[in-house]
Write a protein that binds this ligand. Structure first.
Ligand code: XMP
Length: 524
C-alpha cells in the first residue's frame, strides 16, 4: 500500500473565498493537500514537508502595512511555489518586485496570452491566435497587480488590462498567476494546476478513492485494535459513511445508536434501520424517543431554545443508550475536513474540536471516550465517493441537507406530534413530485414548512378551516446566500393540489419567494 500522504501540497490561506476550491481541485487531480492559515508557524511548514506550496488569493491590499506575507521559510525550503492572485502579489513584493493598484480593476472573464514557453503554461490553451500565440480564457478578480518583476523572474502571461498576468523564476520553480485557475470559469484551470502539481512538484497521483479507503481501513484497525466503538448514526452522509467504514474495518466491534426523535421525515427511521441493520449488517440500536422529545418541546416556541432542547434531549438519550453498553472505548464521529478548517487552527494542531452531533448541543464530558474520526481529512465530495464505492444508496448520499433539529425547526412555534404527522406527509408528497419531475437534483434544498395558523378553504360545498403548508426551494452554492428556485407554475400547482387533496388538515399551500439574505433558508 503506497503512502498516500507522501507527496503533498501545502496551501497557505490568505483568506480568498476560493481557497477551499484550490484544495478540492488538487485532491481531484489525485494529490493530497492541506490548508493552513497564511501565518502558520515556520515549524509547522517545515514539519509538513510539502512537495510544493500554493499561496492563495486574499482580500488584503498588498501595499498596506498590515497586509499578510508568506512566512519566509516558504522561500527557504527549495520546493516549487505557485502564488495565485494575492499570493502572486505578495510573492512579488517579498522577492523584490512591485505591485500597485491596477489602472482598471478586473472582475470576470479575461483573455490572457501565454508568453515565453514557461513550464507551467506551455501547450495549454483555449485558442491559438493568427500569430501562433496560445490564448487562455481566465477568471480575474483583482484591483492590484504586479508592476515590476522581482529579480530573476520573467513574464509568462499577459492580458490587455494586466501586462504582468503571470510570472516565473523557472530555475527556482516559482510561479505566479494573477488569475484564478481553481475556478471552473478558467477552462484550462485544472490542467494548469495539474501541470504544477504533477510535473513541476513531481507529485505522484496516489490520492484516489480506492487508496483512501484502504488507508482509512488500515488506520481504523490500528487505532481501535480489538476494542469497541460507539457511533451516533443519524442517517446523514457523514455518519453513514463512518458507519460503513467502521463496519468494514472492525465488524461487530461497532455499535451504532440511532435516535428516532419524532422529528424525522416520513419513514426515515425505518429506512435507516433497513439500510444499515438489514442490508449492511451493521449493529444498530434504535432508540425510540419520540415522546421524550415531544414532552421536552411542549409549549416552547423560541427557535433557538427549541434547538437547545432538541440537542440536550439527544444527548440524554444517547448517553442513556451508551451507558447500557459495556466496555466501549471509542466514540466515532463524522467530522469532515471543512469542520476541522472551520474550527480554526486545526492545521497548526491547536484545535481539537468535538463536533456536536447534528451541530446542536455537544456531547457530555463524562462520556470518557477516545475519538475515532476517519473522515477528518476529507471534503464532502470525497466522503460521497467513498460512500458510493462502499455500496451506500445514492439517494442517501445525495439527499438535500436536513438540519439536525429536523422537523423541529420546520414546525413553526410549539412542536406537536399532530403537526409533525401533517408536515411529514406534505413534505413527502413534495419530494415525490420533485423526484418524479426530475427537479430534485436541479435544486439545492427543498422542503415543506408547517404553519400553525388556520386559514379558510372550501372543498365541494364544505367550508374548511385548517393549517397552512409553505414550500421552500433554494438554489445555492454555499448555503450562505441563496436564491429561491423558479420552479414551473404547473408543477407547483400539481404539488399544491396533491397536498390539499390528500391531507385534509391543510387548507392552503404557499410558495416562499424570499432570498437569503434577507431571509434564512429555514423558517426558524
Ligand atoms: P439557514 O436557515 O441558516 O440555513 O439559512 C443554512 C443551512 O443550514 C441548515 N441549518 C441547520 N443545520 N442544524 C443543522 O444541522 C441547525 O440547527 C440548522 N439550521 C439551519 C439549513 O437546513 C440550510 O441547509
Amino acid at each position: 500500500m503506497p503512502n498516500i500522504h507522501h507527496h503533498k501540497i501545502l496551501i497557505l490561506d490568505f483568506g480568498s473565498q476560493y481557497t477551499q476550491l484550490i484544495a478540492r481541485r488538487i485532491r481531484e487531480i489525485g494529490v493530497y493537500c492541506e490548508l493552513a492559515p497564511c501565518d502558520v508557524s515556520s515549524h509547522f511548514i517545515e514539519n509538513f514537508d510539502p512537495s510544493g506550496i500554493i499561496l492563495s488569493g486574499g482580500p488584503d491590499s498588498v501595499n498596506d502595512e498590515k497586509s499578510a506575507r508568506a512566512p519566509n521559510i516558504v522561500f527557504d525550503l527549495e520546493v516549487p511555489i505557485l502564488g495565485i492572485c494575492y499570493g502572486m502579489q505578495t510573492m512579488a513584493v517579498q522577492l523584490g518586485g512591485d505591485a500597485t493598484s491596477a489602472e482598471k480593476a478586473e472582475f470576470g472573464f479575461a483573455q490572457i496570452r501565454a508568453r515565453n514557453q514557461s513550464k507551467l503554461l506551455t501547450g495549454i490553451n483555449d485558442k491559438i491566435n493568427t500569430d501562433g500565440h496560445g490564448l487562455l480564457d481566465v477568471w480575474m478578480s483583482h484591483g492590484i497587480e504586479v508592476t515590476k518583476l522581482p529579480p530573476g523572474f520573467e513574464l509568462i502571461a499577459s492580458s490587455e488590462n494586466c501586462p504582468i498576468a503571470g510570472f516565473a523564476n523557472q530555475d527556482k520553480n516559482y510561479y505566479g498567476l494573477q488569475f484564478h485557475p481553481e475556478v471552473t470559469h478558467t477552462k484550462q484551470g485544472v490542467k494548469i494546476l495539474e501541470r504544477f502539481i504533477a510535473d513541476i512538484c513531481e507529485c505522484e497521483k496516489r490520492w484516489t478513492t480506492d487508496n483512501i479507503i484502504k488507508d482509512l481501513l488500515q488506520n481504523i484497525k490500528s487505532q481501535v485494535g480489538e476494542q469497541k466503538v460507539l457511533l451516533g448514526l443519524s442517517g446523514g452522509v457523514d455518519s453513514s459513511v463512518v458507519a460503513i467504514l467502521l463496519q468494514k474495518a472492525i465488524g461487530d466491534q461497532l455499535t451504532c445508536v440511532f435516535v428516532d426523535n419524532g422529528l424525522l421525515r416520513l419513514n426515515e427511521g425505518d429506512e435507516v434501520m433497513d439500510t444499515f441493520s438489514q442490508n449492511l449488517g451493521v449493529k444498530v440500536i434504535r432508540a425510540n424517543a419520540q415522546q421524550f422529545f415531544y414532552d421536552h418541546l411542549k409549549n416552547e416556541s423560541d427557535p433557538e431554545l427549541k434547538r437547545k432542547i432538541i440537542g440536550n434531549a439527544f444527548i440524554d438519550i444517547f448517553n442513556r443508550e451508551a451507558k447500557k453498553l459495556k466496555d466501549v472505548n471509542f466514540l466515532a464521529q463524522g467530522t469532515i475536513y471543512p469542520d476541522v478548517i472551520e474550527s480554526a487552527g486545526a492545521a497548526s494542531g491547536k484545535a481539537k474540536v468535538i463536533k456536536s452531533h447534528h451541530n446542536v448541543g455537544g456531547l457530555p464530558e463524562d462520556l470518557q471516550f477516545d475519538l475515532v474520526e476517519p473522515l477528518k481529512e476529507l471534503f464532502k465530495d470525497e466522503v460521497r465517493e467513498i460512500g458510493i464505492k462502499l455500496g451506500l444508496p445514492k439517494q442517501m448520499l445525495f439527499r438535500h441537507p436536513f438540519p439536525g433539529p429536523g422537523l423541529g425547526v420546520r414546525i413553526l412555534g410549539p412542536v406537536k406530534e399532530e403537526f409533525a404527522e401533517i408536515l411529514r406527509r406534505a413534505d413527502n408528497i413534495f419530494m415525490e413530485e420533485l423526484i418524479n419531475h426530475k427537479l430534485y437534483d436541479k435544486v439545492d434544498q427543498a422542503f415543506a414548512v408547517f404553519l400553525p395558523i388556520k386559514s379558510v378553504g372550501v372543498t365541494g360545498d364544505e367550508r374548511r378551516y385548517d393549517y397552512v403548508i409553505a414550500l421552500r426551494v433554494v438554489e445555492t452554492i454555499d448555503f450562505m446566500t441563496a436564491r429561491w428556485a423558479r420552479l414551473p407554475f404547473d408543477f407547483l400547482d400539481h404539488v399544491s393540489n396533491r397536498i390539499m387533496n390528500e391531507i385534509s388538515r391543510v387548507s392552503r399551500v404557499v410558495y416562499d419567494i424570499s432570498g437569503k439574505p434577507p431571509s434564512t433558508i429555514e423558517w426558524e
